[in-house]
Ligand binder design. Structure first.
Ligand SMILES: Cc1ncc(COP(=O)(O)O)c(C=O)c1O
Length: 527
């Protein structure tokens, strides 16, 4: 008897066996014999690689996590694409009937750890095992009450993940995935496609653990990040116009060079690693009502939701996306990960056009609500964090607070809410622009053009009016040659600082009362 493997259930394309003929035909007896004893009775064998399926994690349960059986246990990594789990995910796999094959391109780009046809649903033991393993190499970051609690009428606690050595929570999943490699794979190394935090985390922990790391970064990756990754001794390839092209290149290279490709938001060990943040949160803050988590590819929200809901099922888990890339909301609507257009956003870490298949399968029943936020609120959130918390947080990391400031989560008023500030890797120039945008959206940085008399004292009168209102001029330019109004007029462009939105309104009405020709530049005002 033979098991015919259909497309979604093919062996990893990078395995030597997979490179040969198709459709693949594996004797079912051989398949079963390669499984651990307790699984050999299993009826649904979704896919496997002949030589390595016996390579299981010996004990995936930490000493304090009880002895629950882990029906979705993950294999240790090994070989080119890693060894996929021959145990079906918790939802039963479809019966194997077809003999479809993948095209060469599909096969080259297939990541056996993130198979859309066979998503993995992680369980609590995966997270607790990760916590146990990474403890010594990851910082248990502080989770402290925020100064913004009064402003928001919530008890807000910030989990300060930007304090991790490379500036983000991504270290959790990266370290765990590296620690779970087989000895053989540790020698061969890993590869990823990333322009940011995942790259930094992998490079740093790869160096720490003596595991070779290659990262493919897009041509548009910030030079600072490329340099930082190189500084950790990693092999950095700058290639590809966007992250999609980097991924293709990395997956091909993984197969050619027997490297393990690590998806930064969907590899099961990444998810388990990210979940350790959830365990720390519930340990650090008693009686929480909700956690609000930024969502990109979904790895963080999946891991944290798993940890938090397993221990405290009543705690609400709320995901927040940038409205410019709402891929998790789209997936919730469609019932499966779907592509959305990813527009550029201040929260660049969240610009993932399709959520991960494992992340979605794990998170979909645990996330209570997903909201989206506008760019202006992300800028304001970055500004508030600098001003009130003395914390430099990147756009993606500030998105959860943005949802609260935007009034999207009114139901949390009076509640105890934990927000991870998950990353601090923001370019200084971008930070400067965010702060200015935040000030503009806040009504604290204003720009207007006003036509005043060109006779002596005309501009002095304008500056006096501003001074009397307590408005501070930052920049001022005047224009004579190109204006169309009468010859005795001058057009003055002013950038000025106001205290707040009400002060801005006061300025506006004073100018309107005195001058006829007046134009305010409207920032994407949120008021
Ligand atoms: C700072 C920061 N926050 C949040 C996220 C979202 O994580 P995920 O892609 O696992 O949803 C990312 C992803 O890169 C990030 O860099």
């Amino acid at each position: 008897m033979y098991v015919m493997m259909c497309q979604q259930q093919q062996a990893p394309s990078s395995s030597p066996a997979a490179a040969s003929s198709s459709p693949r035909v594996v004797p079912s007896s051989a398949v079963k014999a390669s499984l651990p004893k307790h699984l050999q009775h299993h009826q649904h064998i979704s896919r496997q690689r002949s030589a390595s399926t016996g390579d299981y994690i010996a004990n995936y349960i930490t000493p304090d996590s009880g002895n629950s059986t882990n029906s979705n246990r993950m294999p240790a990594e090994g070989g080119t694409g890693g060894t996929p789990d021959p145990i079906p995910p918790s939802t039963p796999p479809t019966t194997i009937t077809t003999t479809t094959t993948m095209s060469a391109k599909e096969e080259a780009l297939f990541d056996p750890w993130c198979d859309p046809k066979n998503p993995r649903v992680l369980n609590f033991q995966d997270v607790s095992a990760a916590a146990f393993k990474i403890k010594s190499g990851i910082m248990n970051t502080p989770c402290t009450r925020s100064h913004l609690s009064n402003l928001t009428n919530m008890e807000i606690f910030f989990k300060k993940e930007f304090n991790q050595y490379t500036g983000s929570f991504k270290e959790r999943g990266a370290r765990y995935t590296l620690l779970m490699l087989s000895e053989e794979q540790q020698k061969k190394g890993v590869i990823a496609a990333s322009a940011g935090n995942h790259a930094l985390a992998l490079c740093y922990h790869g160096q720490d653990l003596g595991i070779p790391v290659t990262v493919v970064m897009p041509l548009v990756a910030p030079i600072m990040k490329v340099q930082a990754c190189r500084q950790y001794g990693a092999n950095i390839i700058v290639k590809g116009n966007d992250i999609g092209e980097c991924r293709e290149f990395a997956l091909r290279m993984a197969k050619e060079q027997s490297l393990l490709y690590i998806n930064g938001y969907d590899h099961p060990h990444i998810l388990a690693g990210q979940g350790t943040m959830g365990l720390e949160i519930v340990e650090q803050v008693p009686n929480i009502d909700a956690v609000v988590i930024p969502v990109g590819g979904g790895g963080l929200v999946a891991g944290v939701a798993l940890a938090v809901k397993a221990l405290y099922p009543h705690v609400k888990v709320i995901g927040v996306e940038s409205e410019r890339c709402a891929s998790f909301s789209a997936a919730m609507k469609a019932g499966r990960p779907v592509y959305v257009k990813a527009e550029s956003t201040l929260a660049d870490g969240l610009a993932v056009p399709m959520v991960g298949v494992n992340a979605f399968a794990t998170a979909r029943n645990l996330v209570d609500k997903v909201v989206t936020v506008k760019e202006e609120w992300i800028a304001i959130s970055i500004l508030r964090l600098v001003e009130t918390e003395k914390a430099v947080v990147e756009g993606a990391g500030a998105t959860a607070l943005a949802a609260i400031l935007a009034g999207e989560l009114q139901e949390l008023k009076g509640k105890r809410v934990v927000i991870p500030l998950c990353g601090g890797n923001i370019d200084t120039t971008v930070l400067g622009r965010c702060l200015e945008r935040g000030l503009a959206a806040d009504g604290r940085l204003v720009k207007f053009t006003v036509t005043v008399s060109d006779r002596p004292g005309g501009i002095a009168e304008l500056t006096r009016l501003l001074a009397n209102l307590g408005v501070s001029i930052k920049d001022m330019v005047h224009e004579r040659a190109w204006i169309r109004s009468d010859i005795f007029s001058v057009e003055v462009k002013v950038m000025a600082e106001t205290r707040d939105f009400d002060h801005w309104l006061e300025l506006k009405s004073a100018l309107e009362a005195r001058y006829q020709q007046l134009r305010f530049a409207t920032p994407n005002s949120i008021h």
